[in-house]
Design a protein around this ligand. Structure first.
Ligand SMILES: Cc1cc2nc3c(=O)[nH]c(=O)nc-3n(C[C@H](O)[C@H](O)[C@H](O)COP(=O)(O)OP(=O)(O)OC[C@H]3O[C@@H](n4cnc5c(N)ncnc54)[C@H](O)[C@@H]3O)c2cc1C
Length: 512
């Protein structure tokens, strides 16, 4: 028996689940397989940037994810950094003002906002939504072998009982994480920078509610004669991750008994007899790895399967969700509308440079102070190269030439330039207040300024049948009287702008 589907997604992390939600929106049949029976309990990614929330807004999940994030922080919020010999004796870093920190995340207009939410709480929200919407999700099913030809992909999958099934699909998305089986099966190699630090991620339970009250943090760096590492908070009360630094040449702490690990944790916390329960452990290392290719035939890599980078700045998972968003509308165009399959080549052309740049920026944040915008004698060079996190997430420009054009592939201001995310403004359309971004998400959209002299038919030709067109003043108006078409698209100077389904500008026409 072979199950047939449109797209097979391998991996049920945030990237695979997001890809599934986007495919579902386009009504493309898909099957998602995940080798584990449930989500990982490790709270890895905790910071979801504005752009990720904008993307989740398109699939109706922005509020649910924000609610999960709000519930996560039982004490104190997400934020703040400390450093010391132990967690309990650590001192708060002299952080820039709250306004400066907000500016660091980017102040660009958006209908959405940054969401601090541990990945272990985000993934279940995405999974539940898919389930409620009738998705074919197969947990406990691992990909074991993969072949492809011109017509499609054949996947051999084992379920928990060891029963083998085969799934045939037109396309496959490998979202199977940093050790990607799909990538290795395809023989795709990586570029890899040197690994600076190896960590054992120890997720544990310990009641520190009283001890950290009024001293909550997002990150706390520890160094003493017994232990070096960093605490990342999960709820600032009872559940924590400690990332223990180790040298793989001289030690392998993952093999040490929990009793020894608990002793190390007590040394890092600074309380000798604290009851501690270890919940999960895994190893990871810094260094940036980017796949040389994001595609082989009908198989695509997305998220950690395509790139990994240190978590500093919280870039990697966010970059992965945007990968899936970029890929799925292109698959939909090819599978449903007969678009030229060459469109699929643009996935790698557009996303690989973003991964390379974000990887470099994540590495620059390896310096603990630089990560929190604190200048020191030793981090001057990093500061010279650091780019604003909001800019990295929101203001990149897709273009083969963009790196050369601007030196860093980003723009100063989003203003409707081809290759950039169309700017947000609140508008009224058919009596409803919404964001300009709410116009996008399915099919191309033509936006016309009030003085456009062209009809939508003239701009679009035969494509008018599958493109929505809206004209300022006729179909919608801006809610804020200070916003006009020319302030919004100031740098483009264009009256007719075609926007892709992912909200990025395809092209603009100069007013004749
Ligand atoms: C300590 C830490 C903190 C981080 N903080 C941030 C942050 O704040 N912001 C941010 O953006 N990123 C952060 N990251 C990075 C983020 O966690 C990853 O980028 C993200 O998990 C990638 O998602 P993914 O879906 O690509 O891969 P994963 O989450 O790794 O999911 C891959 C899935 O594929 C499954 N799988 C593997 N092989 C198979 C197979 N053969 N068959 C079926 N299923 C398979 C796995 O079981 C897994 O569930 C952090 C990472 C770490 C380690």
């Amino acid at each position: 028996m072979t199950d047939k589907t449109g797209v097979l997604i391998v991996g049920g992390g945030p990237v695979g689940l997001s890809a599934a939600l986007f495919l579902q929106k386009y009504k493309i049949p898909f099957i998602l397989i995940e080798k584990d029976e449930s989500e990982s309990i490790l709270p890895r990614a905790r910071g979801w940037h504005v752009r990720t929330l904008e993307i989740l807004r398109q699939v109706g999940l922005e509020d649910a994810v924000q609610a999960a994030g709000k519930a996560a922080w039982e004490q104190g919020g997400f934020g703040g950094a400390r450093r010391g010999r132990t967690m309990l004796s650590s001192e708060a870093l002299n952080m820039p003002s709250r306004e400066a920190m907000m500016a660091m995340m980017g102040n660009d207009p958006s209908p959405s906002s940054f969401c601090p939410c541990p990945q272990s709480l985000l993934d279940p929200v995405l999974r539940q939504a898919l389930k409620d919407r009738g998705a074919d999700l197969r947990y406990g099913c691992a990909l074991k072998r993969l072949t492809q030809d011109d017509a499609g992909v054949l996947a051999h999958v084992n379920n928990m009982q060891g029963v083998e099934l085969t799934i045939s699909a037109q396309y496959l998305i490998g979202a199977d994480g940093g050790r990607s089986f799909v990538r290795r099966e395809l023989g795709i190699t990586n570029s890899q920078t040197a690994v600076e630090t190896h960590y054992l991620n120890i997720f544990f339970r310990a009641d520190l509610k009283e001890a950290v009250s009024n001293r909550t943090f997002s990150q706390c760096e520890i160094a003493n004669e017994k232990v070096r590492g960093i605490f990342l908070s999960k709820n600032n009360t009872t559940e924590w991750s400690f990332h223990l630094e180790y040298d793989p040449i001289s030690s392998s702490p993952i093999e040490q008994p929990d009793t020894q690990i608990i002793e190390l944790l007590r040394s890092a916390i600074g309380e000798e007899n604290l009851p501690i329960e270890i919940l999960a452990k895994t190893t990871w290392s810094t260094g940036v790895r980017v796949a040389h290719s994001f595609r082989a035939g009908r198989v695509f890599l997305a998220g950690d399967a395509a790139h990994t980078m240190p978590p500093w700045g919280g870039l990697n998972g966010n970059t992965g969700v945007a990968d899936a968003h970029n890929l799925v509308w292109k698959l939909a165009a090819v599978m449903q509308e007969g678009a030229d399959p060459m469109l699929l080549d643009t996935y790698e052309e557009e996303r690989r440079p973003v991964a390379i740049r974000n990887g470099k920026q994540a590495s620059l944040r390896s310096d603990f102070d630089a990560r929190f915008e604190i200048r020191t004698e030793s981090n001057q060079e990093a500061f010279r190269q650091l780019q604003n996190l909001g800019t990295l997430q929101l203001k990149y420009k897709y273009s083969a030439a963009s790196q050369e054009e601007t030196g860093n592939g980003t723009v100063e201001q989003l203003a409707g330039q081809p290759g950039t995310r169309f700017p947000h403004a609140w508008i009224t359309l058919e009596g409803e207040r919404m964001s300009t971004l709410d116009l996008f998400g399915k099919g191309y959209v033509l936006l016309q300024g009030p003085t456009s002299t062209l009809s939508a038919q003239q701009v679009l030709g035969p494509a008018i049948t599958r493109t929505k067109a809206y004209k300022v003043g006729t179909d919608f108006s801006f809610c804020d009287e200070n916003v006009t078409w020319s302030t919004l698209t100031a740098q483009a100077g264009q009256e007719d702008i075609l926007v892709r389904p992912d909200g990025f500008v395809a092209y603009g026409l100069q007013t004749p």
